[in-house]
Design a binder for this molecule. Structure first.
Ligand code: AQP
Length: 338
């Protein structure tokens, strides 16, 4: 069966492992919202089981999970239109992950660049969970038979692995059960870079807070971080080709384009020739105009955490209507006595 034989369904998630940042917003959440308006069933997830592959303070994890849910809702994800869950309340994710641990090969996992980046030089001390992360991610997606997954560019390799796992499972058991999910990686900001280093992606775990714009930053902080963002001494070009060897300049233009729903070409047609002293205040103004209403709404939602918990509990109930039958069928295919 091809993905078109399955109900068009979107799944994606974000780790509640720290402050939500502009990269998460432009690379993922903004596109989650637009897919919610299309002809898909949409399931969006705070992947708390993924977050603990690196130690998390329990109180901070609870706070970050609720704050991430508030960030999703404040950005436009409606609990009436989308299923909103935290991963650990839908146990079929972890149950299917075990089956996929037995399908995925060690050699495949060893090639994952995210593991190498996150484990660093001391891979022996990394958790087994961090190594197995992509099998759980495959389970997150396939336990819904999701056909489309909007993500940032950094997740491309994990989505290829998800397709490999689905293919091997289908082949090993002689079935056509799991779809080959399509990654949806598009737009001007599929890889938002650090404001301090145009070669590094903007990330929650970067020790420098100045490297990223957090969704909870106030207007002054956003403006200050953009003012201090690393750039080069040249004026902006009028065409995209002129950004090729200028990673920091390209990053700021990409951010502007994504925030303003424009193409890079359209932005450069307006700002080409400007120095950063002129462009940065424009970008700061745009970022504040787009992000401040979201952070204010997040703060309002966080004042009532019980309501967020109710939304997540209801989402888990809706999700399990999909995941329980898919897991049951998987167990039956694999040969488990039910
Ligand atoms: N810099 C980025 N540009 C575009 N998209 C990004 N995403 C993350 N960073 C960028 C996208 O956000 C979604 C959720 O990511 P995640 O929280 O699951 O984990 P991550 O990719 O590991 O994010 P971080 O911020 O880099 O977290 P840490 O520092 O904890 O590892 C994904 O769709 C991702 O592509």
């Amino acid at each position: 069966m091809s993905p078109s034989d399955f109900t068009p369904r979107v799944f994606s998630g974000i780790q509640p492992s720290g402050d939500l940042h502009l990269g998460n917003y432009l690379g993922a959440i903004k596109r989650f919202v637009s897919m919610q308006e299309d002809a898909y069933e949409t399931v969006y997830c705070m992947v708390d089981l993924h977050a603990i592959t690196v130690w998390q303070d329990p109180a901070a994890l609870r706070h970050n999970t609720r704050e991430l849910a508030a960030g999703f809702i404040a950005s436009g994800i409606s609990p009436e239109k989308s299923i909103l869950i935290n991963q650990s309340q839908v146990p079929e994710h972890a149950q299917l992950a075990w089956i996929f641990n037995c399908v995925a090969r060690m050699g495949w996992m060893k090639r994952m660049t995210q593991f190498k980046d996150k484990a660093g030089k001391n891979a022996e001390a990394a958790s087994l969970g961090l190594f197995g992360y992509p099998a759980l991610m495959a389970a997150d997606i396939l336990v819904y038979h999701a056909t489309h997954v909007p993500v940032g560019d950094d997740q491309k390799q994990h989505l290829e692995l998800t397709r490999d796992i689905a293919t091997k499972f289908n082949h090993d058991y002689g079935v056509d059960f799991f779809p080959l999910t399509e990654p949806v990686i598009k737009g001007a900001a599929t890889r938002v870079m650090s404001l301090r280093d145009g070669a590094k992606k903007m990330s929650k775990s970067d020790p420098s807070d100045a490297s990223r714009i957090n969704m909870t930053d106030d207007a002054d902080t956003i403006a200050k971080k953009i003012r201090k963002a690393k750039t080069d001494p040249h004026a902006l070009p009028s065409e995209a080709a002129g950004l090729e060897d200028r990673p920091e300049a390209r990053n700021l233009v990409n951010i502007y384009a994504a925030l303003n729903d424009q193409t890079v070409e359209a932005v450069l047609a307006e700002v080409g020739g400007q120095q950063f002293g002129t462009f940065k205040p424009l970008l700061a103004e745009l970022a504040v105009a787009k992000l401040s209403p979201i952070s204010q709404e997040m703060a309002r939602l966080m004042a009532d955490p019980a309501e967020i918990d109710r939304i997540l509990a209801r989402g888990a109930g809706q999700a399990r209507e999909i995941t329980v039958p898919i897991l049951e069928k998987t167990y039956e295919i694999v040969g488990m006595v039910r």
